[in-house]
Design a binder for this molecule. Sequence first.
Ligand code: OMD
Ligand code: FE2
Length: 474
Amino acid sequence: MEKKSQHQSSSLIRKTDGEDFSDLNYESGFGNSFSSEAIDGALPRGQNSPLVCPFGLYAEQISGTSFTSPRKLNQRRIKPSATHEPFKPRVPAHGKLVSEFDKSNSYTTPTQLRWKPVDIPDSPTDFIDGLYTICGAGSSFLRHGYAIHMYTANKSMDNCAFCNADGDFLVVPQKGRLWIATECGKLEVSPGEIAVLPQGFRFAVSLPDGPSRGYIAEIFGTHFQLPDLGPIGANGLAAPRDFLVPTAWFEEGSRLGYTIVQKFGGELFTARQDFSPFNVVAWHGNYVPYKYDLSKFCPFNTVLVDHGDPSINTVLTAPTDKPGVALLDFVIFPPRWLVAEHTFRPPYYHRNCMSEFMGLIRGGYEAKADGFLPGGASLHSCMTPHGPDTKTYEATIARGSEAGPYKITDTMAFMFESCLIPRICPWALESPFMDHDYYRCWIGLRSHFSYEEADNESDGELTMWDMEQRILCA
Ligand SMILES: O=C(O)Cc1cc(O)ccc1O
Ligand SMILES: [Fe+2]
């Protein structure tokens, strides 16, 4: 479906600076072909590469997949983005970003890991400096894998833009709004919303609320898509129309000493140019940044007995070549009614061949009475056993099988789940925020096993085994 911004005319030319987020406009949809003009007529009609573009603009294309795949964005910009000095390694080097995970830069452990919320630094730190990789697998060079990062920042990016050549960022703010200027326009992303910034887009992050913290999943070699709904049918989970894409907006004029910071193979490089990269007057295509409000999610769940797998709450999935096996699923645990009868309603105790990184945006999480806090994180890797802590278990059993419908409120937890087993960065393992007592949350789980009880509860008929036992005990 081709959509064109309705609201734009030459009287609404957007030339505001990147700090002015008072004029936000979005188009809605997921995966459609969008079309947006900050000046009427800036997109050439009927072709992409006319000899001369309207208003003397340059035509430029961003390809998010190989040329032979149909995902492109065509932009019309004041100057091509190639107009800059050569890239040089950034000084000082960043040092805490990883995009290829191996024994030289990361560790592995099957132990359950949990982190307390990391403090936001006092010293001036912008979104780029505040990024650090927790864990990941695979390689951005080989175009297969992912990295999980967090950020803590307190200052807007100044006269610079970030461009990630390695993969797509799925940003989950936990504290503080993000004002993200992109080449397609502006996004305001609040805690409780997420943004996807696809590979190769230039963007700048401002922090209108100051201190900010959040989580990022980065995927290499593929893009996020909506999960198939299978037997659910047409409606449910995340609806395409709730995904919002920015509308064209541009900055004009010279910006002396402007820096492009390019993440390439996990390292940062900088290049100088004398103009803003946000000089795209019009664009069309289906390779775009977007945001989504998690409160719009329509959860499905069991309505009689038992506990469904969390895949039912998948917002976005990044596929591998194997059907049904995700490079990275983004799953949420939103407020919802729990109604199942004679059922242990919290997550079951389990081991999973997929690896589970979890974060908490607000409130509490149904499986952990203590210790898993907003802004904190946990990692349960492939086949690492985990589940509700002792307090949650005891409280659930005490409530008994007659518990009525119950609504979990004030919560928004999420999981990045992957088929690839993450290696963990040294600063995450050595972090002062590592919860070394995490294992204790299960140590108090008592054995409730009672052979007598099991025996009494049988229907009274003695089996051969029962009789043998009785004879042996006599
Ligand atoms: O481990 C977790 O808390 C996440 C999770 C939740 C759930 O309801 C079922 C399985 C699962 O891994
Ligand atoms: Fe789990």
